[in-house]
Design a protein around this ligand. Structure first.
Ligand code: PLP
Length: 451
């Protein structure tokens, strides 16, 4: 049995830190969902993390299902990653010149994903932003001037201006005033930028086909989450994937945003798992092993358009940072060395999914569970399990019921994602006894919501 504390947790230190943080940082956090706005209560300020557990400023221990929003697939403070970063640290923290770890990580990423070439950035946002600039530059080379991009409602691709259009979780839960409006979904994004982003419903192949028929000649790229994590988990249908591949016929590039799914769903990402053949892909999170990294890559003829080889400019002072490269290399090598890890994560997460379904049913709480590999969302709504397929359906969830359930879990030491519209992540550090403790806590939590 796990030593997870299944009793209410103290928050005095987190409250004090949150008050200080609010005085000097907008909303007291450096990324919006961390503020617990949609679930209420005090965000826990984390002191340290090891394995599957977080310890907060009050010394309370939480079983973690966020994993830093995806990167920590091996669990926190994994020995191989810690040693690799400590080793790199001996040699200095940034060179502003090329170094061997960048070459090794690029070789590993290209070998595992099938991309011909890859360029590292410092965040997922930079990766998607740069991939779109590249797509516009590449597809306009014959003077056809393709300015438009297509994205899907509820898909999040980072916070570049043109991508903050109907953009998923953080926006669904924090910018409530903008929910359901058309583009843009953040203040400060000029309408003219947003107008260059065309939006379709996810899993609607007919809508995508129609859009491409009407506007295909103006479209540089279609960017998508190959499994959505940012509206809660949404799984693409085969028909939708077929329609995505057809966009290439119109001369648009297909860009798979694997920032969340890359190395999460398989060593070759969601694309490898689902047979998707993108022209370009974007990565982040796991390839940095918990340090700041992003990357984009794909077809050689397209990537050769990136500076200094080609005319599309993109750069970064800390790109290819030796510590981040070391953490990424150690993480990917550990994943590759453990052939059992993806099947184990899948079986653990489906055990969690089944347990949540049973517990909610017994308490009379309607939930609809979407799960694939180690990603899972339990939407508080009565749709059949596995049937929530787009943003509009996800948005029907009872967010107040979710918030009450979330707080009941947190009070028992289980740190779930603090938004209905997020995936949770199971890591290699979770064990069966931790899953069972989670399900026990979930039973209590569903019962408390039903009272
Ligand atoms: N794309 C996807 C699918 C993401 O989930 C995220 C972040 O959650 C991003 C892009 C942006 O990455 P970052 O937060 O590193 O800028």
């Amino acid at each position: 049995m796990t030593s997870t504390p299944l009793s209410p947790t103290p928050t005095a230190q987190s409250e004090a830190l949150f008050a200080r943080a609010r005085a000097v940082t907008p909303g007291g956090v450096n990324s919006p969902v961390r503020a617990f706005r949609s679930v209420g209560g005090t965000p826990r300020f984390i002191r340290e993390a090891h394995g599957a557990y977080l310890t907060d400023a009050d010394g309370a221990r939480y079983l973690d299902y966020i994993g830093s929003w995806g990167p920590m697939i091996l669990g926190h403070d994994h020995p191989a990653v810690r040693e690799a970063v400590a080793g790199a640290l001996q040699g200095g923290t940034s060179f502003g010149a090329p170094s061997w770890r960048e070459v090794e990580l690029a070789e590993l990423v290209t070998r595992l994903t099938g991309a011909d070439k890859v360029r590292f950035t410092s965040s997922g946002t930079e990766a998607t932003m740069s991939a779109l600039r590249l797509a516009r530059g590449f597809t306009s080379q014959h003077g056809t001037g393709r300015k438009f991009i297509v994205k899907f409602r509820g898909n999040y691709h980072g916070h570049a201006d043109g991508l903050l259009v109907e953009a998923g979780s953080g926006l669904m839960t924090n910018a409530a005033g903008h929910l359901g409006t058309s583009a843009p979904s953040s203040a400060g994004v000029p309408e003219e930028y947003a107008a260059l982003t065309l939006v379709c419903e996810y899993n609607d192949p007919a809508a995508l086909d129609t859009l491409m028929e009407l506007r295909g000649h103006e479209i540089a790229a279609v960017i998508f989450e190959p499994v959505v994590g940012n509206a809660g988990v949404l799984i693409p249908t085969p028909d939708f994937l077929a329609a995505l591949h057809r966009v290439k016929e119109a001369g648009a590039l297909l860009i798979a945003d694997e920032v969340m799914t890359g190395f999460r769903l398989s060593l070759s990402g969601a694309s490898g798992l689902l047979g998707i053949r993108p022209d370009l892909s974007c990565w982040g999170k796991i390839i940095g092993g918990g340090l700041p990294v992003g990357a984009y890559g794909g077809r050689a003829d397209v990537m050769e358009f990136v500076s200094p080889q080609g005319p599309v400019y993109q750069a970064g002072t800390l790109s290819g940072n030796p510590l981040a490269m070391a953490a990424g290399l150690a993480t990917l090598r550990a994943l590759e060395a453990d052939p059992d890890i993806y099947p184990r994560l899948e079986s653990y997460t489906s055990r969690l999914a089944q347990g949540l379904k049973d517990a909610a049913r017994d308490a009379g709480i309607p939930i609809s569970v979407n799960q694939i590999g180690s990603m899972l969302t339990a939407f508080h709504q009565d749709a059949p399990h596995g049937s929530v397929g787009n943003y509009t359906q996800a948005a029907r969830s009872d967010t107040a019921a979710f918030a009450a359930w979330f707080q009941a879990m947190l009070g028992q030491g289980i740190y779930w994602a603090p938004s209905q519209f997020e995936s949770i992540f199971v890591s290699g550090a979770h064990t069966v006894s931790e899953l069972d403790a989670t399900l026990e806590a979930a039973r209590h939590a569903y019962r408390s919501v039903s009272e």
